[in-house]
Design a protein around this ligand. Structure first.
Ligand code: HEM
Length: 444
């Protein structure tokens, strides 16, 4: 049964639709509209007709059942055009082939080998920490996760060039912080920010192609992701990737693979600082499981409370707070007729705080994940890594990294939020703390 009626939703303004409200505070706009209009509502995203869906069954329709009819939207892809046709942006058969080629790099036995790098790089960071010192944990987590993902991609010897990659990545990511950059002006208009974006992309290209050339010429397989990307062959026709494809995948994995995890860690530190009883329970688990040693891959399965802390932090502060798709053809969703070309928004931020699925949804309570709570939830009530065929390829990598980093740091440090530090959400492509996160370090 369906109706041709469009769903209800906020009226919006002439031409710009709901963009002013979205620019002011997108999380509140989506949350309040979802509570007011229900599981599906329509709105205008500047010139784009859009709907938002707020029920796990409808999200499953878009990401799984009707997935072939929904592609990544141009809204999403514009700010990410520096990634080229890497896994995040590509579609159809090309995406399918690339995903198949890259997937082995994320098999468990492969990523297990990265555990030692994760822990030893964290220990290197901790060697710089002084008892009583105040540091920006967001910056520390960004540079740590960048080093980890770069090491697993590129190896030791090119670390200086990787910080060049970081500078260029920062420049393109800053571009995405301004909604107007993403949605209002076309990318060919030579605004200062468009020009900065293009310059940063060129810098990235120079560095990454140099790395690819050196590795191809050396013919070495040093067991990292880059070696794998250069080595993998399509099972069907035996062809590998061109340099351009490797470049796109490397930059995609570098960018998708560090800022997200850094945000997950940063919000975890913030939440722990606000909940001393959770912090105490975490320290107690770490003391029991690890005693005085640093964690290893084998410890992960015993660090069950540590894992719950990470899951709960990603529930309240999902590093990817929303995703979007666009419908290729007219279709029916939630009983409504949805026209081809409609942008569909889905928000982890909104769903993860929905009281239909989470009791006291705004309370930070890692124990809610006890007794296989996740298994009782509909799949798309909690989905920090997305879902369906486009689910995050780095999910296990990221979970392992987050657990190991948290365990390595929290086993000997307690972090307190600096009293006057403003903690302000910045929902860019990822959910960042706008002014970083200044914390005092206490050695325990
Ligand atoms: C806590 C950390 C992370 C979170 C929350 C996260 C979240 C996500 C989400 C929600 C998507 C789906 C986007 C969509 O459907 O539009 C995604 C896709 C992706 N992620 Fe992650 N991610 C994380 C870490 C990583 C890591 C460590 C890597 C790689 C090293 C990575 C690489 C990717 C790639 C390549 C895709 C695109 C996959 C495809 O479409 O085939 N992510 N991620």
């Amino acid at each position: 049964m369906y109706t041709a009626e469009v769903p209800r939703g906020p009226k919006g303004h002439f031409i710009v639709g709901s963009l002013p409200e979205i620019s002011r505070d997108v999380l509140t706009f989506f949350t309040e509209s979802a509570r007011k209009y229900g599981d599906i509502f329509r709105f205008s995203f500047g010139p784009f007709p859009a709907i938002m869906i707020n029920h796990p069954d409808l999200i499953a329709e878009v990401l799984v059942t009707q997935q072939p009819n929904f592609v990544k939207s141009s809204v999403y892809r514009r700010g990410l055009r520096f990634l080229g046709n890497g896994l995040l942006n590509s579609e159809g058969q090309f995406w399918q082939r690339q995903r198949r080629l890259v997937q082995p790099a994320f098999h468990l036995e492969r990523i297990a080998a990265y555990a030692d790098v994760m822990v030893s790089y964290t220990n290197e960071l901790l060697e710089q920490w002084q008892n009583g010192e105040v540091r920006d944990l967001y910056q520390d987590m960004m540079s740590l996760t960048e080093k980890i993902v770069s090491k697993t991609l590129f190896g030791f010897d090119i670390r200086n060039e990787v910080s060049g990659v970081q500078r260029a990545l920062d420049a393109v990511m800053d571009f995405n912080n301004q909604l107007s950059n993403q949605y209002l002006l076309p990318s060919w208009v030579p605004t200062p920010s468009n020009l900065r974006y293009e310059r940063a992309t060129q810098q990235l290209n120079v560095i990454v192609y140099k790395i690819i050339n050196e590795r191809r010429e050396s013919g070495k397989d040093i067991g990292d992701l880059l070696s794998l990307l250069l080595r993998v062959r399509d099972e069907d026709n035996g062809t590998g990737m061109t340099d351009r494809q490797v470049r796109d995948e490397v930059i995609t994995l570098l960018s998708a693979g560090h800022e997200t995890t850094a945000n997950a860690m940063t919000w975890t530190w913030f939440l722990l600082s606000q909940h001393p009883q959770v912090q105490a329970k975490l320290h107690s688990e770490l003391k029991t499981v690890l005693s005085k040693r640093t964690p290893t891959f084998a410890d992960i399965r015993s660090l069950s409370y540590t894992e719950k802390v990470v899951m709960e932090a990603m529930r309240l502060y999902p590093p990817v707070w929303g995703i979007s798709r666009v419908s290729l053809q007219d279709c029916v969703l939630g009983g409504y007729n949805i026209k081809a070309g409609t942008t569909v928004f889905i928000s982890q931020w909104v769903m993860h705080r929905d009281s239909r699925f989470f009791e006291n949804p705004n309370v930070f309570d890692p124990d809610r994940w006890a007794n296989n709570f996740q298994k009782k939830l509909p799949t798309f009530a909690y989905f920090p890594f997305g879902g369906g065929s486009r689910i995050c390829i780095g999910k296990s990598f990221a979970m392992m990294e987050a657990i190991l980093l948290l365990a390595t740091i929290a086993r000997s440090w307690s972090l307190t939020l600096q009293p006057d530090h403003p903690v302000v959400l910045q929902p860019s492509l990822t959910l960042r703390p706008k002014y970083g996160l200044k914390m005092q370090l206490i050695k325990i």
